[in-house]
Design a protein around this ligand. Structure first.
Ligand code: N01
Length: 861
């Protein structure tokens, strides 16, 4: 027997699991089922994990319990009935005990035991672990199922250790009943734990003082019996319901709306908000609008409607205002569900201390001194949160290959592959680790997915003759980048949240969970497995194998665009007229671009008649630099309407007057009609710069795609004609050559909106074969010396990528100053979609910054 009173710790096992909560128990179950020898360790005296420790009054789940439960065994589901929509901590703990007993799991768990150190032994190909009881265990695989919110942060408040009264930490609540009757109680912290316990403590205490540093968004849980509609859905098709959860965004089957908060009328906005408020579910209030997670205006509507509710509930206006969150977008700090939280502040013996107005100076022996007064308490409850996600993992002394520790490797933030493994730590798995959906999802769905993936992986390694698995540096770097890309398009990084590590002093500020969605994440994991454990290096008796690469390279919002586009008919199967009508219909549904100072439509004289143009003026007083812009569309499609959002964006970012010129299109007017029009337009804008509000001599050209081709060509024509002077050329994904055999055509010619077939369709409409090699059709074949400075932007997944880069290189070789911008993860169309593709914004910002160097006078945006 070992010191904890259970069976001796085996010296060698296949797998060690750390943690006996939801994830550890299921991991153990799966390992045993597959015939692996396994042992689990937990510091607690029994199973439960989070639900073992967090016994504070009011502790309950905030995902409906019907969904916050295992789904792996239909019989288990049949045999267990939840009594409430959101079950209490005792009920959830009872469920976990039932699970442990039902599958006889306790015999392989060593309680009261922590793993204190783990070191990888490369020669043996095993982990060597040390326990707090002094035992040593060697295992082939080491699984950390230790939870994301299991390392309490503790009160980092001056004098906290000095207090002589009763002290409680919500995350380490005593097992014996705590009675606050007749006592003066302080609660520090208003996150989910504080918000759950405050109403119940108020129900007992003689006086309750709540110390709030940051107000939280909380909505009523409307707890009660489990919702009958959900029970009915489960009864009708249990497996269908669970499968829908597995492929949902958050791990709970929920409506995915396409109603944008920005464009919805006020009445619809309120109607949707009220419905979500009444539902009393996190994913309902987080999904009122399709764009509330990334559009500040849309988010602001939800936030303000919640503030209205707080103001309507809390009677004292000053207290109400202090309880209203105002300095971070809704959802970016974990929102809470409550039962009578705001109502509690109407009770005469409950008081709020707003630490932003009156900070805590120190905890004293008898209470808390704020900047204004000295308060005495019989008990203080710290609901101050956790060192989330990374804390529990790095709190163990884990040493991987070459003596590198996990804490050392993650000093500047976690790096993982799929949140499951990390390079340099072979055979080391994490369940719901950083860079997996975990805390942004229904934990149970994420836990089951992770455990199943790991179990399948271990089984496969055994079957295929491998004993060592480690992600490659390339795969890991790609996943870290993808995580960051996903976070970058949201508002989440604006808050000082534990998602960002911002609650722990000194912790690196990095967005920790994967925000791409449970469905997208599962798809990525499945693909990795399907591609022979893509991005992993495998070694063992069967030899070595590595199918290396990056699983997600397309920007996340571009990936959504591609999914939508995949369902649309292909343009190259249509006539030019039908294609135009089709695209105009799509354009009509797009939200408008940003407001500029002024927009004016006009006509300018072209060689074969008037050409329509649209002028965009910045809000500032002019005169401004002037850009003559040519839209994209393969010389066949498009107009000043199609590129309107991009032109607005360009105008605002550059502070330039933008004149977007419509030129004649093929097939009605074939090559070189568009070139003639474009050059005439540049001559006209240069001659009329002053009248248009531009600065004479500071006229540039810009264009996207075929428009980029025309911009490049007009620069060559202007140089050869001796004018007009062009200050610079912005070429965005330009067509520079008629050769469709470049490597980017084979890499990107299918599946990224602009296809090789479509490009051929454009060229065929535009110009005869014999004309295509002329420099005014393929500017890459022209003389490039003496051209104006260029900004050349290419997109990674564009068939035109190589010819754009070739043009930049050729310009540089010809002595032209070039700033080249390579847009990672973008496709041909995504950068101009200023109204829809958020990940294009940094590229457009870089573009605008590059343009500002062309203009000697300061640009006023
Ligand atoms: O922790 P928190 P939590 N001085 O970090 C304040 C899950 N959970 O335990 O926001 C003064 O959210 C801190 O202030 P600020 C859920 O995912 C789920 O409540 O940092 N105040 C904040 O108000 C949740 O998000 C359930 O300015 C200090 C509070 O303490 C996560 O666990 C229930 C302070 C901490 O809030 C963590 O929740 C409970 C200081 N020095 C928890 N330090 C369910 O319902 C911190 N604070 C399933």
């Amino acid at each position: 027997m070992s010191g904890n009173g259970f069976a001796a710790v085996p010296a060698e096992v296949d797998v060690v699991v750390v943690g006996a909560g939801f994830s550890g128990l299921y991991m153990l179950y799966r390992l045993r089922e597959l015939g692996f020898s396994a042992v689990a360790f937990d510091e607690a005296a029994d199973v439960g994990g989070t639900w073992y420790w967090n016994r504070y009054p009011g502790a309950r789940c905030d995902i409906p319990t019907t969904d916050y439960a295992y789904s792996f065994d239909p019989q288990l589901e049949q045999d267990w009935t939840w009594s409430e929509k959101y079950a209490t901590q005792p009920e959830i703990l009872a469920y976990l005990r039932h699970v442990a007993e039902r599958y006889d799991l306790r015999r392989d768990i060593r309680f009261g035991t922590r793993i204190t150190a783990a070191a990888w032994d490369e020669n043996a190909g095993r982990w060597r672990l040390r326990t707090s009881q002094g035992d040593e265990v060697s295992c082939r695989y080491y699984v950390m199922a230790c939870g994301c919110l299991s390392l309490p942060k503790g009160p980092d408040i001056e004098g906290a250790g000095r207090y002589r009264g009763e002290v409680y930490l919500t995350a380490k609540w005593p097992h014996d009943r705590v009675d606050f009757t007749g006592k003066r109680v302080a609660v520090v912290g208003t996150g989910s734990s504080g918000i759950q316990c405050i109403p119940l403590i108020a129900g007992q205490a003689a006086a309750l003082t709540v110390f709030q540093r940051t107000p939280n968004f909380s909505t009523p849980a409307h707890n009660g019996a489990p919702p009958p509609d959900r029970l009915a859905r489960l009864a009708a098709d249990r497996e269908g319901y669970r499968e829908a959860a597995r492929w949902s965004r958050g791990g709970v089957p929920a409506e995915v709306t396409d109603v944008s908060g920005v464009t919805a009328p006020e009445e619809l906005r309120r109607q949707r908000f009220e419905a979500a408020w009444q539902a009393g579910e996190l994913f309902a209030i987080l999904g009122v609008f399709s764009d509330q997670g990334f559009n500040p205006v849309s988010n602001g509507f939800v936030a303000e409607m919640i503030r209205e509710k707080i103001r309507a509930t809390v009677r004292d206006p000053d207290t109400a205002e202090a309880l209203c969150p105002k300095d971070y977008p809704f959802g970016t700090k974990r929102p809470c569900l409550d039962t009578s939280y705001f109502e509690t502040f109407n009770l005469p013996h409950v008081r709020l201390v707003d630490l932003r107005q009156t900070p805590i100076v120190t905890v004293t022996e008898t209470g808390i001194d704020t900047a204004e007064e000295s308060l005495q308490f019989d008990a203080i409850v710290f609901a101050t949160g956790f060192d989330a996600m990374t804390g529990p993992l790095v709190s163990v002394d884990v040493t991987g290959t070459d003596g590198v520790t996990l804490a050392g490797k993650w000093e500047r933030g976690p790096a993982s592959y799929l949140g499951l493994m990390t390079t340099g730590f072979p055979n080391f798995f994490m369940i719901t680790g950083p860079q997996s959906p975990s805390v942004l999802s229904n934990m149970l769905v994420s836990i089951e997915q992770h455990v199943d993936w790991i179990a399948d992986c271990l089984q496969r390694l055994r079957t295929e003759g491998f004993e060592r698995i480690e992600p490659t540096p390339l795969a890991e770097a790609g996943w870290v980048q993808h995580n960051q890309d996903c976070a970058d398009i949201t508002l989440y990084q604006r808050a000082n949240s534990w998602y960002m590590g911002a609650n722990v002093p000194g912790k690196p500020r990095v967005f920790l969970p994967y925000i791409g969605g449970v469905d997208a994440y599962r798809r990525a994991c499945d693909e990795v497995a399907g591609l022979g454990l893509f991005g992993f290096r495998l070694d063992g008796p069967a030899g070595s194998r590595c199918n290396d690469g990056v699983i997600r390279r397309v920007q996340p919002d571009v990936a959504i665009l591609l999914d939508l586009m995949a369902a649309l008919p292909t343009i190259e199967t249509m006539s030019a007229a039908d294609a135009r009508a089709f695209l105009e219909a799509i354009d009509a549904t797009r939200p408008p671009g940003p407001e500029v100072g002024e927009i004016a439509d006009g006509v300018l004289p072209g060689p074969a008649g008037d050409l329509a143009y649209r002028l965009y003026r910045p809000p500032s007083a002019g005169p401004h630099p002037l850009i003559t812009y040519f839209h994209g569309g393969g010389w066949v499609l498009g107009s000043q309407d199609s590129d309107d959002p991009f032109c607005r964006d360009l105008c605002l970012r550059t502070g330039a007057v933008v004149v977007s010129v419509n030129y004649r299109h093929a097939p009605e007017d074939r090559f070189p009609a568009a070139v003639d029009d474009a050059f005439a337009a540049v001559q006209w804008t240069a001659a009329n710069a002053g009248r248009l509000g531009g600065i004479p001599g500071q006229v540039s050209v810009a264009g996207w795609s075929a428009g980029g081709n025309l911009a490049a060509v007009t620069c060559q024509l202007a140089r050869d004609a001796g004018g007009p002077d062009i200050a610079g050329q912005l070429l965005l994904n330009p067509v520079t050559d008629c050769d469709l055999g470049r490597s980017s055509y084979s890499r990107n010619g299918e599946g990224y909106v602009l296809t090789t077939a479509l490009m051929r369709w454009f060229w065929d409409y535009y110009a005869d074969e014999a004309d295509r090699t002329a420099p005014i059709a393929s500017p890459l074949r022209g003389t490039l010396a003496g051209l104006p400075p260029a900004v050349v932007v290419t997109a990674e997944f564009d068939p035109l990528c190589d010819e754009g880069q070739a043009y930049a290189e050729a310009l540089t070789a010809a002595g032209v100053p070039v700033r080249e911008i390579r847009a990672r993860g973008h496709v041909h169309t995504s950068l101009v979609m200023a109204d829809a593709i958020i990940s294009g914004a940094p590229v457009r910002a870089e573009m605008a910054e590059a343009l500002s160097h062309w203009w000697p006078a300061p640009v006023r945006g």
